[in-house]
Ligand binder design. Structure first.
Ligand SMILES: [Zn+2]
Length: 345
């Protein structure tokens, strides 16, 4: 059996259009619901996209290197260290990247990994080489946790890149979470995979979803080896959502060095697309089990984020915050076609 949990409904509305002599205008509202994620999204292609790249100089002025806790000399003075049982040196270090506890944690195990000593790295400069040391320290840290037998089952690597995505500092940094319980969203997708297996003779939701999307050819961006890249049927963000799935990888510790290189190469392609399309900000999360779990293939999501001109309006509003529905002017199938060009060659 194949996954059948994507639903689409179109409703019509009408109004008298002031820009066309008050002629009657019909509008189409497409509501999508994704059973796996529980996300409902209204695809509203009549809403316009950002035509100009936002000016980042204002962010840089408000957040200069001299005040940055991730730049020297504040970095050495005011960033937290791990207790010696985790790592005697206090911080994990690879190349120019450092990983240390978050001073304002969201979780009992919430760390920060700075990419390097560079205060600002533009989206088009987020190359695999630039990102690698930071992902390496995240791996080192998760391996250390496993070695210490805390019994943690779930982890994630997360990124708020720049203030429109919730980034509190310009200085590029990842955040990790590890613990006994999955986050609410991770729990949701694990439940979906369990329910699917129960209803479909033990079949694997992720395997079937990827096969279905590949066959449909509407949202399947590329297969790059161990990874499939897709746009989401019902995006979690106003500018759409890009998803990636590691095939048959049921634990973070299944990922090899080559798998990470493939991931970073794909991320750089997505970021290149965002740069060209005037974005300066995104959220990214990679979700993974730390103890093998067939209901959670290692996977992740990227949502581009932006402020709406001319007054810097947030891309979150009452619909998403309070009604749990996303307003999305980007058509996922169009986003897929545009991204495919960046995955060629
Ligand atoms: Zn800095």
């Amino acid at each position: 059996m194949r996954f059948k949990g994507f639903r689409k409904e179109i409703t019509k509305g009408r109004y008298l259009n002031p820009f066309k002599n008050f002629e009657e205008k019909e509008i189409l509202i497409e509501v999508r619901h994704d059973e796996i994620t529980g996300v409902a999204t209204r695809i509203l292609p009549y809403r316009v996209r950002s035509a100009h790249k936002p000016d980042i100089s204002a962010y840089l002025e408000k957040s200069p290197e001299s005040l940055c806790p991730f730049c020297s000399p504040l970095f050495e003075k005011i960033t937290p260290k791990f207790t010696p049982n985790i790592i005697p040196e206090g911080k994990f270090h690879r190349g120019d990247a450092w990983l240390f506890p978050n001073a304002f944690p969201y979780d009992a195990n919430n760390t920060v990994a700075i990419l390097s000593s560079r205060h600002f790295i533009s989206l088009d400069e987020l190359t695999p080489q630039t990102m690698k040391p930071a992902f390496d320290v995240c791996r080192d840290y998760f391996h250390r946790l496993a070695e210490m037998n805390f019994g943690y089952k779930y982890c994630s690597i997360n990124w708020n890149y720049m203030p429109p995505a919730g980034g509190g500092l310009i200085h590029p940094h990842l955040q990790t979470i590890a613990g006994h319980k999955p986050t609410n969203f991770m729990q949701q997708i694990i439940f979906s995979a369990q329910n699917y297996a129960a209803a479909e003779n033990g079949e694997n939701l992720w395997r079937d979803l990827i096969a279905l999307e590949k066959d449909a050819g509407e949202r399947f961006i590329a297969h790059t080896g161990a990874l499939s890249w897709l746009t989401s049927f019902a995006p979690k963000g106003m500018a759409g959502e890009i998803d990636f799935y590691f095939h048959e990888k049921t634990s973070f510790f299944d990922l090899t060095e080559a798998n990470f290189e493939e991931l970073l190469s794909g991320l750089a392609r997505v970021f290149g697309y965002l740069y060209v399309n005037n974005f300066i900000s995104f959220n990214m999360s990679l979700f993974a089990p730390m103890i093998s779990n067939r209901y959670l293939w290692v996977q992740g999501k990227i949502t581009p984020r932006f402020e709406i001109n001319p007054i810097g309006t947030s891309d979150l509003n009452y619909f998403e915050k309070l009604h749990n529905e996303i307003i999305c002017p980007v058509i996922p199938e169009d986003l897929c076609r545009e991204l495919q060009l960046y995955f060629k060659g």
